[in-house]
Ligand binder design. Structure first.
Ligand code: ADP
Ligand code: MG
Ligand code: MG
Length: 254
């Protein structure tokens, strides 16, 4: 069973007045088969955590460790992290002009699996995954994220998740900007992948609404760069009623 272990992680970004510490000692363990929801107010550092694990160069690790199956993730290049089984669905997916969805998916799958998927089974796999996510087949020939609606971008992230079959999936606000139908479709996709029992999921979200469709095993409240409280699904119910005020300095919350 794959295990992602984050220990005392400290991360800074370069600000106008020098480096600014965003993550202030994050501890978290995610095992294959588990779903952890990370919930917190805007600006608390949730995306910073996601990007730091994925290896975004803007984030400087100033302390702590991230270990996947005994391997030091922080020593790996971004592509090595993906091959090791880490996957990030971004809060704001980027456009890749000139690269079609179809080519992008096949290139990614080839890089991660270490060999090109057999064409016939691959075509079938892609077609089935797209149908399940209610994506029109013509979508495969469009350029990655170019002119995609918010919902299309998020479906495309989950399409990658379904096809790339990571060990650990970090989903950063996959629910934001989705209407109810799209939220349900995207959640069903995440749940299909979870049902395999082969993925550990870190579901980052600001709102409790996605947790009606994706039931987490563990819920963590993220505030001011660290985990302020951990619990079971009941913690999400408490947040739904009370918001984040109790966790935020000055008592304001969004
Ligand atoms: P969340 O995802 O919880 O909303 P973020 O991780 O996006 O929070 O941001 C946490 C804090 O770090 C914010 O104050 C934000 O302005 C700052 N921050 C994040 N990324 C950068 C960056 N690349 N450059 C400068 N500041 C950043
Ligand atoms: Mg945010
Ligand atoms: Mg964010």
């Amino acid at each position: 069973m794959a295990t992602l272990e984050i220990r005392d992680l400290h991360v800074s970004v370069e600000g106008e007045n020098g480096p600014k510490e965003i993550l202030k000692g994050v501890d978290l363990t995610v095992k294959q088969g588990e779903t952890h929801a990370i919930m917190g107010p805007n600006g608390s550092g949730k995306s910073t955590l996601a990007y730091s694990i994925a290896g975004h160069p803007k984030y400087t690790i100033t302390g702590g460790t991230v270990i996947l199956d005994g391997e030091d993730v922080l020593e790996m290049e971004v592509d090595e992290r993906a091959r090791a089984g880490l996957f990030l669905a971004m809060q704001y997916p980027v456009e890749v002009p000139g690269v079609t969805v179809s080519n992008f998916l096949r290139t990614s799958a080839t890089a991660i699996r270490g060999e090109a998927p057999k064409l016939r089974t691959w075509v079938k796999e892609v077609k089935e995954a797209m149908e399940a996510l209610k994506m029109d087949p013509s979508f495969a020939e469009r350029n990655v994220n170019e002119g995609f609606s918010g919902g299309e971008k998020k479906r495309h992230e989950i399409l990658q998740l379904e096809l790339l079959k990571p060990k650990i999936a970090i989903l950063d606000e996959t629910d934001s900007g989705l209407d109810v139908d799209a939220l349900r479709t995207v959640s069903e996709g995440v749940n299909r992948v979870r049902e395999s029992g082969q993925v550990g999921t870190l579901l980052i979200t600001h709102y409790t609404r996605i947790l009606r469709y994706i039931k987490p095993d563990h819920v963590h409240v993220f505030a001011d760069g660290r985990i302020a409280e951990s619990g079971g699904p009941e913690l999400a119910d408490k947040l739904e009623e009370e918001g984040y005020a109790a966790y935020v300095k000055g008592g304001t919350s969004e």
